[in-house]
Design a protein around this ligand. Structure first.
Ligand code: AMP
Length: 463
């Protein structure tokens, strides 16, 4: 099947072919015709499957007819993080070049004034994180009654971040007669409930990530005698493993900062991204990495999920993530779109328990790699199985709640990066243990956030 066969307009087809695509991915082939027929959709798909274009493309054609009105966006895309929202906005701009549509990006950490101005001028599509959207809604700056197309993207990630109550409120403010598209990598019960409540007779589409992405990541664990030896081992791997571009993940923001500094001192071309940085700086660092100004990015888990950076040859876990599902997301930054990738996890004695949890989740022992000697077992051509987050997630989460002692292993000197809205119920309806290390606040619309314009991310863009 070709893009030309699925009902898109000529203007859109020309934008798609300018991007170099002529064949839709599985989710695109199944979703686009149904979206064009105004059906509700549940798309069970991870990033990497082409799911963004599966809603962006038909939306552009649907929105091509109709008129913008002040303060009343015609459609709304909800994203869990600022980075994902910006990424979707990029796709809208790219595919919408031949259309006269306007979009606004409503994300935290960016001046509200510009966003309000954009809304007042009228937008066809609003791409927003729930926190900022609710904020503007509560201030009376936005009306959702004209918004008859809603996309809830990365719904399970929204759940993890405690955004479901906000999403329910937002859904109830939209017209009852609307089209709703919900995308999620997994379908835990609260997401099924959300879909039952807010979608009407949806078409259910489930696609796996392309097989090539699963099998192309070769994963190793690298034993290190003590955590103090990690930097030297990492430098050695960076120098000897044919690293073109690498993301290096640490569990703490201070480790990210210190490691980036130390790598720079050792002559590497390094940037950093973590939740303590202001949004413009995060976007700028990501851009430097994407455009090749730097080839190594030290990150906290803020960068782990969903971001689509082409050609990342290596992922290094400087620390083993405390939550094993974060391992899957980190490692998934390489081996994308059919490319090969290598992932190394440095294991000091204090990482031992965490790596065992990762191995339980991924369903197999990782191959041991000894610096200077190479891989031991299993053989390098037999990569560890990629985790299936949904099935494995529940036991992993249960273990997390069951074993408070694991939290004692987390160094106490610095508070772990906190998840936004940490007090909200978690997926299983219980609060996480108070002392449990938490994921980073990567989309908290925190007070005191940076309040100036963002280069390249003005509130509104003409498409
Ligand atoms: P996504 O799942 O939306 O994050 O997309 C993953 C990657 O697939 C992005 O880099 C897209 O540009 C790319 N992509 C989207 N649609 C296609 C397609 N039809 N053919 C090839 N690559 C695509």
């Amino acid at each position: 099947m070709k893009f030309a066969d699925i009902g898109l307009s000529d203007e859109l087809l020309s934008a798609v072919s300018a991007k170099g695509y002529d064949t839709p991915t599985a989710i695109q082939a199944q979703a686009i015709p149904s979206v064009l027929m105004m059906k509700d959709i549940i798309g069970v798909a991870q990033t990497g499957t082409g799911k963004t274009a599966s809603f962006v493309l038909p939306m552009i054609d649907i929105l091509a007819h109709g008129r913008r009105r002040a303060m009343m966006p015609r459609s709304l895309i909800l994203e869990p993080t600022r980075e994902l929202a910006a990424q979707v906005a990029d796709e809208f701009a790219l595919y919408g070049v031949n259309h006269d549509l306007k979009m606004a990006l409503l994300i935290g950490g960016v001046q509200m004034g510009d966003q309000v101005k954009a809304l007042n001028e009228g937008v066809d599509v609003l791409i927003a994180t729930p926190g900022r959207l609710m904020d503007l809604f509560e201030r009376g700056k936005i009306l959702l009654t004209g918004c008859d197309l809603l996309v809830i993207d990365e719904a399970d990630r929204m759940l993890d971040m405690g955004f479901i109550p906000d999403i329910e409120t937002i859904c109830s403010k939209l017209p009852a007669q609307r089209q709703t598209l919900l995308f999620s990598a997994t379908m835990p019960p609260p997401i099924k409930k959300l879909a039952d409540k807010f979608l009407t007779n949806p078409k259910y589409i489930e696609v796996a990530r392309p097989a090539s992405t699963n099998t192309q990541i070769v994963q190793f664990k690298v034993p290190v005698a003590s955590s103090r030896g990690k930097r030297e081992v990492l430098r050695e791997l960076l120098r000897t493993d044919d690293v073109k571009t690498a993301m290096i993940f640490c569990n703490r923001k201070t480790t990210v900062r210190d490691l980036a500094k130390s790598l720079k001192q050792n002559g590497f071309s390094v940037g950093e991204i973590h939740g303590d940085m202001e949004q413009p700086a995060r976007i700028a660092e990501l851009e430097r990495f994407k455009n090749g100004t730097i080839n190594i990015l030290c990150c906290s888990d803020v960068a782990a999920r969903g971001l689509d950076v082409k050609g990342v040859s290596h992922v290094f876990n400087f620390d083993t993530p405390w939550h094993p599902d974060d391992y899957v997301h980190r490692v998934g930054r390489t081996g994308r779109a059919g490319a090969t990738g290598r992932a190394f996890t440095l294991i000091a004695p204090e990482d031992q328990e965490a790596i065992e949890n990762v191995e339980k989740l991924t369903g197999g022992k990782l191959a041991v790699f000894e610096v200077g000697k190479g891989a031991k077992e299993p053989r390098e051509d037999k990569p560890a199985r990629e985790a299936k987050p949904e099935r494995a997630e529940k036991p992993a989460r249960a273990r997390r709640e069951d074993k408070p002692e694991r939290t004692e292993r987390a160094p106490k000197a610095e508070a772990p990066e906190r998840a936004p809205r940490a007090e909200r119920p978690k997926r299983d309806g219980t609060k996480p243990p108070k002392s449990a290390p938490r994921r980073e606040a990567d989309d908290a619309d925190e007070p005191g956030a940076w309040n100036g314009p963002v280069p390249g991310f003005l509130g509104v863009s003409a498409l």
